[in-house]
Design a protein around this ligand. Structure first.
Ligand code: UD1
Length: 437
């Protein structure tokens, strides 16, 4: 059955086959969402290329339409044209906001454009506490007045004013929201301890192309400092922008090779953004070649040499090991030699997938609420397992590649939030995998 973004069809696979071949990496979900949100700030037409065909983007498109934006789409070429000349609605429909947490970045963009935003508390994957206090902190520092009740947030500003904003934690979404509101604020905004993730830099690149005045220093990873000189909204203009490749999808396929064995080439892969991941994969015994110039990563395992666990990995903010690849790493650790202790430092309940992996025969013990111990086993056993969130769902799919017999992953709507065609990609790499009704 072909990919259908709306369906919740299960993914079925038979493990035991090595991966071999080339896969083209899709545009980044986490980079596309904020730049699409940024389009409402620009009273003109923007053209986005390499937009991934995933359900979170569908949700963002509906949110943009609700503000008055007019969208033209060419799915076959991943092109999206957004006309934002007539943005007039500051109230976002609850059904889309509650479906996707990153809808909250529209607050900063709408404040910048209309001086007002009214949103419900955002939703998203069930990976733990996800407050938005830092988003509101950044917007308030810029002069927005904010009223909240248990369901809704109302932000208003006669005029946004540049400010010095020091985040106690470098939240990705709060940094992006603050940048969006600061672009047209009067005066200069300095953000200290900003998130350093490539998706923040990508948003700044897009906004600068569109006429914003944002400085990111060359040693940004060390300083975490962003300086935004406010410009009049009339200075902002339409641009053509290509969404950067998805480092998390690329990383997921790298861990798939550790699960299944094989030899794959990732094309359009952001090699420079995956250094910590590549270093770990090498330590685990795979060969990795990073071809920065051609945006290509080659990953291979020597079938004679068993992939082995490193003793300890912890997630962290960029450039440390990304929390979004914690579950794919966990899947591969289940079938690697030796013991791994894995610590999750970003989200409080990102171990929901453990229960399902254990049902497949994995040996995983919870040490405390943020650490698990994984003892590698020779093989997992095919079972019917349930995807409960995006990255955990993808981890179950790659675990199925290392299982004896048939694995069926249900509730795949979570996976489709971020993976354009995980089944097609793995099938092209030689996996026996398909959607089933
Ligand atoms: C983004 C990514 C997500 C990734 C995460 C960390 C998108 C759409 N999602 O999520 O895939 O896993 O970055 O790289 O880009 N926090 C607060 N208060 C806030 C905001 C965040 O306490 O106001 C906490 C969160 O609960 C969490 C931590 O900060 O524990 C990290 O969150 P944040 O960096 O904001 O992640 P997101 O932007 O939600």
């Amino acid at each position: 059955m072909a990919y259908d973004g709306q369906s919740n069809a299960a993914i079925c696979m038979e493990g035991g086959k090595c991966l071999d071949g080339t896969v083209l990496i899709q545009g980044s979900k986490n980079a596309a969402l904020p730049v699409l949100a940024a389009s409402v700030l620009i009273p003109d037409t923007c053209v986005f290329k390499n937009v991934p065909y995933i359900t979170d983007i569908d949700c963002m498109k509906n949110l943009l339409k609700s503000t008055g934006a007019v969208l033209e789409e060419r799915k076959e070429t991943h092109m999206l044209r957004i006309h934002s000349e007539n943005i007039r609605e500051y109230r976002l429909p609850a059904r889309y906001v509650s479906a996707m947490r990153s809808s909250v970045v529209l607050m900063g963009a709408l404040l910048g454009r209309l001086g007002e935003a009214l949103v419900d508390y955002p939703g998203g994957c069930v990976i733990g506490e996800r407050p938005i206090d830092l988003h509101l902190f950044g917007l308030e520092k810029l002069g927005a007045q904010i009223w909240t009740d248990k369901n809704r947030i109302h932000a208003y500003a006669d005029e946004l004013k540049g400010a010095l904003i020091k985040f106690p934690f470098p939240s990705v979404g709060a940094t992006q929201n603050t940048i969006l509101a600061a672009v047209t604020a009067r005066g200069t905004t300095v953000i200290q301890n900003a998130a350093r993730e490539p998706e923040v830099t990508a948003l700044c690149d897009f906004l600068n192309k569109a006429g914003a005045d944002i400085e990111i220093e060359h040693d940004f990873i060390a300083t975490g400092r962003i300086v935004i000189h406010g410009v009049d909204i009339s200075r902002l203009h339409g641009v053509e922008y290509t969404v950067i490749p998805d480092r998390i999808v690329a990383g997921t396929y790298m861990f798939a090779v550790l699960c299944a064995g094989g030899n794959i080439t990732l094309e359009n892969a952001p090699a420079a953004q995956l250094r910590s991941v590549c270093a770990l994969i090498r330590k685990m015994g795979a060969d990795v070649v990073l071809d920065d110039e051609n945006d290509r990563i080659l990953v291979s395992t020597d079938t004679k040499r068993k992939i082995r666990n490193v003793p300890f990995v912890e997630t962290g903010v960029y450039p440390e090991f990304p929390t979004d690849l914690q579950s794919p790493l966990l899947a591969s650790a289940c079938v690697s030699k030796g013991t791994l202790i894995l610590k999750e430092r970003i989200f409080s309940s990102r171990f929901k997938v453990v229960e399902e992996l254990v049902r497949m025969g994995a040996d995983i013990t919870a040490l405390d609420h943020e650490r698990v111990q994984v003892r590698g086993v020779a093989k997992l056993a095919g079972r019917t397992v349930i995807a409960q969130e995006l990255r955990g769902g993808a981890a179950l799919v790659i675990a199925g590649l290392a299982a004896d017999g048939i694995t069926t992953v249900t509730d795949t709507r979570y996976i489709k939030r971020g993976y354009q065609d995980i089944v097609g990609d793995l099938e092209r790499l030689g996996a026996r995998i398909s959607y089933v009704d």
